[in-house]
Structures are given as structure tokens and as C-alpha cells.
Ligand binder design. Structure first.
Ligand code: PEP
Ligand code: MN
Length: 337
């Protein structure tokens, strides 16, 4: 249910509606818009008694939200949401590129890649300190030490840091050292992790699960918003299909679908989406053309020696070329880079 306030509604009237919602044991989510404020109601098991709210001062109307997901839906908020990661706006007119290695391997490796992607024009730095690896014998990441290295790379380059949390303790640490909490594909339906991310004071990058439908993806984002964290960026990173020429099948059709159903920004990850270095640049160009708000790309200065995801990591030289190609595509679709 959504309580739509009049354009002329005062802050007291908005507070009055919030209080009335909470007095019934529900949760109120004020969503300021360009024209007027709307207040989402969640936590109700059955129907909400609309006339009760309609009679409150400042209320224009009370409308049902038809989708199972509420707060992430365009029904509740028509305007695009712009999420700030560090100082970088994601979801506005400017395309955003997050780049860096799959994993933080050492101070020298991370700083080398960070300097190069900064020079090429990246806006955000990626790098995993906690790695979700299929095999327990594979490199698992440097943990807190990796986060300290990322913080040092941010210090030098000025690039805000996006890094993955595998568990709630990881979120505690990223709140301390990082700028954006990545929830990986394997954890998209880890509901306790999503709830903790919803209480975090940092924005969240939520990656689509390997076999998640669009509705499941949006419902996972809803978990985070329902706990009060509205700063969520979605990320398409490929899904499992029968196709065997790439690691995953990058579902670019989900981008316009997300755009029509949700106000949240969406990035595309062509690295995990393809698993192959030679496919990263072509799919990046396509992702931008199809309307993604930006990319998250794995870059390594020596990909063949990378401790994780070397085969899909592009070199800094390939990244330079990619950014210059994207600079040509961006204006064609009304974006800036
Ligand atoms: C990653 O970004 O390195 C990662 C593990 O991504 P995903 O969760 O999409 O597999
Ligand atoms: Mn990776």
C-alpha cells in the first residue's frame, strides 16, 4: 500500500501519517519525489484499511501496489533513484565504471591495477577481500588485510571501493573500510545477510543469482530496502543456461525489464557474465547501449598470473580501449562518460 501525499503537504502532516502507520504496527517508508512525497507501508499481513489513512491531513490518495515487491517498484517511486557510492552518483546521466581485479592479492598488485584503472577513467575500484570460491582449496582472499589494502588504494587514487561481504561479520568490516557492500550471486538469497545489509550505513551492490528470475532478484533487493537501506544498485552478472561457449549467459534483456519495473540503478558485469577476456569488451559495449547505468569489470595487470578469475580479466590496455569506445557510445544514448 502507498500513501500519496498532496504536493502541499507539510513535514508535520507527513510525520502524522508515519505515526499513524507505525501505531498500527506497520513500517512506514517515506519516499520523497520531485513533486510530492509518498509513504510506503510494509509489514501488514492483510489489507490495510485505506479510508483511515485517506482521512488524515495532507493525504491525496491511498493506492495498492500490485507487485509482490513494493519499495523497489516504479509504482511506489516513478523517478530513477541515484545512489551515491563515496561521492559517485550511480543511476544519473553519467555512466559509472567500477574496475579492478577479481581479488586483492597483495599491496603491489592492488595499487598497480588501481592506478591504471584510475588513469583510464574508472570511477570506482573493485576487488574482493573475501572470495566465494567453488573450491575450498582455491585462494579465499586476504580478509581484513585485503580491506586495508583497498583503503590504501582509495587513499591514493580517490576511487571509492566496492567489495564483497560473504557474511554479516564481513559487512561490519566493510562498513569500516569500504564504500559499497557487494552481495555476490551466490548470496542473493541469503536472507539474513540481506537483512543485515538493509541495516548497513553503506550502499549495497546486489548481484543477480545464478538461477534467479527477475522477480526473485527484485524481491532480494526488497529485503534490503524493507530494513531501511534505500541505496541499492542491482547488477546483472549472467545466469546459468545450456549455452556452453561462455561461463554464464549475460542476460542483457533484463536491463530494460528492470528499468521498467524498478527505479533502482543497474550495472552489468561482463566479466562474470562471459568468463572470457575476449568477450568482455563487446558485451560491455552492448550493456551500455541497452541502457545499463554502468559496468563492473575485472582488470588485472598480469591476468595469466591472477589468483582468481584470470581468464576473464582484461588487461589495462584493453580497459583503456574499452573506456574510449564507451565514450563514443554514451552520447548516442544520451549518457555522459
Ligand atoms: C566477483 O565479483 O568477483 C564475484 C564473485 O561475483 P559473482 O558473485 O557475480 O560471481
Ligand atoms: Mn571474480
Amino acid at each position: 500500500m502507498l500513501v500519496v501525499m498532496r504536493q502541499s503537504a507539510t513535514p508535520e502532516e507527513i510525520r502524522g501519517v508515519v505515526t499513524a502507520i507505525e501505531a498500527r504496527g506497520f513500517k512506514a517508508h517515506p519516499i520523497p519525489g520531485a513533486q510530492r512525497t509518498a509513504i510506503g507501508i510494509t509489514g501488514n499481513r492483510g489489507a490495510v484499511d485505506a479510508p483511515v489513512f485517506e482521512s488524515l491531513p495532507g493525504v491525496l490518495e491511498v493506492i495498492p501496489v500490485t507487485h509482490a515487491y513494493k519499495l523497489v517498484s516504479r509504482e511506489v517511486k516513478a523517478e530513477d533513484t541515484v545512489v551515491r557510492i563515496g561521492g559517485v552518483p550511480v543511476g544519473g546521466p553519467n555512466l559509472v565504471i567500477a574496475a579492478g581485479p577479481c581479488a586483492v592479492e597483495s599491496y603491489d598488485q592492488m595499487l598497480t591495477v588501481a592506478r591504471r584503472v584510475k588513469q583510464a577513467g574508472a570511477h570506482l575500484l573493485r576487488g574482493g577481500a573475501f572470495k566465494p570460491r567453488t573450491s575450498p582449496y582455491s585462494f579465499q582472499g586476504l580478509g581484513e588485510e585485503g580491506l586495508k589494502i583497498l583503503a590504501a588504494a582509495r587513499e591514493e587514487t580517490g576511487l571509492p571501493v566496492v567489495t564483497e561481504a560473504l557474511d554479516t561479520e564481513g559487512i561490519d568490516l566493510i562498513e569500516r573500510y569500504g564504500d559499497c557492500i557487494q552481495i555476490g550471486a551466490r548470496n542473493m538469497q541469503n536472507f539474513s545477510l540481506l537483512r543485515r545489509a538493509g541495516k548497513a550505513r553503506k550502499p549495497v551492490l546486489l548481484k543477480r543469482g545464478l538461477a534467479a528470475t527477475l522477480e526473485e532478484f527484485l524481491m532480494s533487493a526488497e529485503y534490503i530496502l524493507s530494513e531501511g537501506n534505500y541505496d541499492v544498485v542491482l547488477c546483472e552478472r549472467g545466469v546459468r543456461t545450456f549455452s556452453d561457449f561462455s561461463r554464464n549467459t549475460l542476460d542483457l534483456a533484463v536491463v530494460p525489464a528492470v528499468k521498467s519495473l524498478s527505479h533502482l540503478p543497474i550495472l552489468v558485469d561482463p566479466s562474470h557474465g562471459t568468463g572470457r577476456r575476449d568477450k568482455v569488451s563487446p558485451l560491455s559495449r552492448a550493456a551500455v547501449a541497452v541502457g545499463a547505468d554502468g559496468l563492473i569489470v575485472e582488470v588485472h595487470h598480469d591476468p595469466n598470473a591472477a589468483l582468481s578469475d584470470g581468464p576473464q580479466s582484461i588487461t589495462p590496455e584493453m580497459f583503456d580501449r574499452l573506456v574510449s569506445d564507451l565514450r563514443q557510445i554514451a552520447p548516442v544514448i544520451g549518457r555522459e562518460l
